[in-house]
Design a binder for this molecule. Structure first.
Ligand SMILES: C[S@@+](CC[C@H](N)C(=O)[O-])C[C@H]1O[C@@H](n2cnc3c(N)ncnc32)[C@H](O)[C@@H]1O
Length: 476
């Protein structure tokens, strides 16, 4: 019990004591809360939080002067959507659904797009079958882990937020780069040529290479290109993991900074991602110095392992790549195949892969005969569990534009494991796995996973027991 809170205020029409306690335990003081439906509970919330209250009834407007009211009268059995569109705040950390009154509350489902999809949502009154159905539907639509908590006389549901990233881009292309400054601009130009006017973001991660940093600072680039700088040299896979966490799109594409994207690539993968989880683009090798623009071949050399497109939620739910210097792409592909996620290839050559002395597969430390690579391949082949890694391995970085730092908070969030959508025919899996180097084993079946990541502390009750069962399960 919090002595600061007047629990008598909460009786009857306000949120239950248990919900108030859940908020106090899980949401840091000073956070912003958006509530649908105001009342006496609002008086208590404002003691610790910045509150926005959506209220239909003018009698309840400004009853708590510390709250920011949005008066949205009922229109078509829900809050006036036009008022909300104009007045809803952009940023908040928690959403409470406790209004409007009665059965019309479930119409939230028709309007959920007005709200942030990344924050934790509390749905009150889930002891009522219709409200419970709404909570479960929302959990499904927004891909959020949920639990239900019973209070003295009713129930409420917690739908856990996953990430703070808004997904307002159609695609995010993630390009790690190290010591290939002479190829970088050509690569970025080819990407721009392929994305055309797409609302996208090209996130370039500079792997502690001062020469590249100086170069990009000295030039002006298309505003869709965002340069980031990692001040420790950590290899491409931790960069890919880190930047995928800030990607503002549902789909991501990993590309390499020494390669050339063909004009057809983006359209091709974008179309195919509609009904696939990941896409492997066809490539053709070319040598530095070769005039790649005059290459006429229609037959490629293979399909991307490190260059591929994937649904971001699936990538993050697998906790991305192993934090290795090399071979983590084949390992990840192997895990995707073993999970039988639905995938496709591009049918034409999508990119030209530059063969040069500084690429990871050619440099002596990481090439195919290096001992480092063979150690990683051994670990990868020896795996018997292909589920999410025990965490997403990331590294803090800075945005080159304003030198602001992006810091990862790896304490406590919940990421839902995204289960495979469809079984692939065995023959295709067999063919691919023979390239990967091991025979397919029966798929391990995963239940939704609870993982830690943002500012919410682990909840009590049901989730704790789920977490206990998972600890250490995916360590290799
Ligand atoms: C369940 S209440 C919302 C309560 C609010 N979340 C709180 O914790 O105080 C739903 C709606 O009922 C109305 N209301 C709030 N408190 C009330 C009360 N004590 N008596 C009657 N109606 C109330 C308001 O219009 C409010 O939007």
């Amino acid at each position: 019990m919090n002595t600061n809170i007047n629990y008598n205020n909460l009786n009857g029409w306000a949120i239950p004591d248990e919900m108030m306690n859940w908020i106090l335990t899980n949401v840091p003081k000073g956070s912003t809360i958006l509530e649908l439906g105001s009342g006496n509970g609002t008086k208590e919330l404002v003691k610790n939080y910045k509150v926005y209250s959506i209220e239909h009834d003018k009698n309840w407007i400004n009853v708590v002067p510390e709250s920011n009211y949005i008066h949205a009268p009922i229109v078509d059995n829900w809050y006036d959507v036009n008022v909300l569109k104009k007045q809803l705040p952009k940023d908040y950390d928690l959403l409470i659904i406790d209004g409007p009154i009665g059965p019309m509350r479930i119409n939230f489902l028709k309007n959920y797009r007005l709200f942030r999809n990344d924050v934790t949502i509390l749905v009150d009154d889930t002891n009522r079958p219709e409200d419970k159905k709404m909570g479960l539907n929302l959990s499904n639509i927004l891909n959020k882990q949920h639990i239900e908590i019973t209070s003295s006389d009713k129930k409420f549901m917690v739908l856990y937020g996953t990430t703070k990233v808004v997904e307002d881009k159609d695609l995010c292309i993630i390009v790690p780069t190290f010591d290939v400054v002479e190829y970088l601009d050509e690569c970025l130009e080819s990407i721009l040529n392929s994305v055309k006017n797409l609302n996208c973001e090209i996130l370039v991660g500079i792997d502690a290479c001062q020469k590249t940093l100086n170069h990009v600072k000295s030039k002006t680039y298309d505003e869709r290109i965002v340069f980031t700088f990692f001040d420790k040299n950590i290899g491409p896979y931790i960069i890919k993991n880190s930047l995928s966490k800030i990607a503002k799109s549902k789909n991501i594409l990993f590309f390499d900074s020494d390669d050339i994207m063909n004009e057809n690539m983006i359209l091709d993968i974008h179309n195919k991602l509609n009904d696939n989880i990941f896409i492997k683009p066809m490539y053709l090798d070319f040598k530095t110095g070769e005039n790649y623009k005059s290459i006429k071949s229609t037959k490629g050399n293979g399909y991307g392992e490190g260059v591929f497109a994937i649904k971001k939620n699936v990538f993050l739910s697998m906790n991305g790549f192993e934090p290795w210097r090399c071979a983590a792409d084949s390992d990840f592909m192997g895990r995707l195949y073993k999970n039988k996620h639905k995938f496709s290839y591009t049918t034409e050559i999508s990119f030209l892969r530059r063969v040069h002395g500084k690429s990871l597969t050619v440099k002596p430390e990481t090439n195919y005969s290096s001992s480092l690579r063979s150690q990683y391949v051994k670990i990868s082949k020896g795996k018997t569990d292909y589920g999410p890694l025990n965490k997403l391995n990331t590294q803090n970085f800075k945005f080159v534009k304003d030198n602001s730092e992006y810091k990862f908070d790896n304490t406590t969030t919940f990421v839902n494991y995204v289960a495979p959508t469809e079984e692939k025919p065995k023959s295709i899996i067999d063919t691919i796995m023979s390239n990967f180097g091991s025979t397919p084993k029966p798929r391990t079946v995963y239940t939704p996973v609870v993982k830690r990541n943002t500012h919410f502390t682990p909840p009590q009750g049901n989730i704790k027991s789920v977490m206990r069962g998972r600890e250490g399960k995916h360590k290799f």
